[in-house]
Ligand binder design. Structure first.
Ligand code: ADP
Length: 270
């Protein structure tokens, strides 16, 4: 006699003398494939800055160079090394967050302060944009990790600045809307083509267009921002039109302090 039992993806076929066990490896194989794809992508991303570092350092090592070349080659090496180090930091950050090994230190935070501080710094960091800020009168308090939330804002403002022309305006605002906090970062830049919209939050994904070929980046800024915002029970959304600018919006729950009315009542009774 021959019979087949299927228990949670494991298939056994028995006959009188032998036992065959078949295991469904589809999920495992898919995971392995994803892992391989990821490793290929990561090595490619890391190799990009490494290539000029190796090339130019080899020239510096083996040739007598005039001072101007010496200066320019070592500047390139430094620039690419900075890029590589940023890439490693971002990548490790994201890995830690995704695996849940990155704790969030949540405290009630008035986001108006954090947003205005961040904007103030962006106004003085040498970019050529007008960064305009609009904040409400009332406090905008979220339970948030200050450093991580700062990272979200930095990534979104950095994109708004990178992907829009010098001299243009970047509008940043925070508000309470429908019981939630919304922070908008709006630019008048290149926008995101329709076909790329669903992919921009993927790790290492960069829009491949002539209009942004020379703009540096790792494709990790948005996935990091999304991971952090979702780690705060929030959401990140955007509207964008190719060559018509973009608005990225961070939504966060409003923090309501636990009521102390009960405690006051008890003390009153004592
Ligand atoms: P990158 O390091 O490439 O900026 P991100 O993950 O931050 O990586 O963004 C992914 C891609 O989405 C970018 O390569 C860019 O083409 C597009 N993008 C992100 N923000 C904007 C924006 N404000 N305007 C236009 N394109 C944007």
């Amino acid at each position: 006699s021959l019979y087949v039992t299927v228990i949670q993806g494991t298939e056994e076929i028995r006959d009188r003398n032998r036992l065959f066990i078949f295991r469904d490896r589809t999920e495992e194989m898919e995971r392995e494939l994803l892992q391989e794809e990821m490793i290929a992508q990561v090595s490619h991303e890391f190799r990009t800055p490494l290539t000029p570092i190796l090339g130019y350092s080899e020239i510096l090592r083996s040739k007598e160079l005039p001072p101007d070349k010496l200066k320019s080659y070592s500047a390139t090496i430094h620039h690419e090394a900075v890029r590589l180090s940023r890439l490693v930091d971002d990548f490790l950050d994201l890995q830690r967050m995704e695996s849940g090994r990155q704790p969030y230190y949540l405290v009630p935070l008035d986001l108006r302060e954090m947003v205005s501080q961040t904007v103030e710094e962006w106004r003085h960091n040498g970019n050529h944009h007008s960064i305009l800020l609009k904040l409400p009168e009332e406090p905008v308090i979220a339970l948030a990790d200050a450093d991580r939330m700062r990272q979200v804002l930095d990534n979104l403002i950095s994109n708004a600045v990178k992907y829009s022309p010098d001299g243009s305006e970047v509008h940043i605002s925070a508000a309470l809307e429908g019981g939630a906090i919304r922070i908008d970062i709006a630019d008048n830049g290149l926008g995101i083509p329709e076909k790329d919209k669903e992919k921009v939050f993927r790790k290492f994904y960069r829009v491949e267009n002539n209009d942004r070929k020379k703009i540096p980046g790792s494709g990790l800024g948005l996935p990091i921002a999304k991971e952090i915002v979702e780690g705060h029970s929030g959401q990140i959304t955007f509207v964008s039109r190719h060559y018509g600018g973009s608005i990225f919006t961070v939504w966060l729950p409003v923090y309501t302090p636990p009521s102390t009315a009960g405690a006051v009542l008890l003390i009153g009774k004592e």
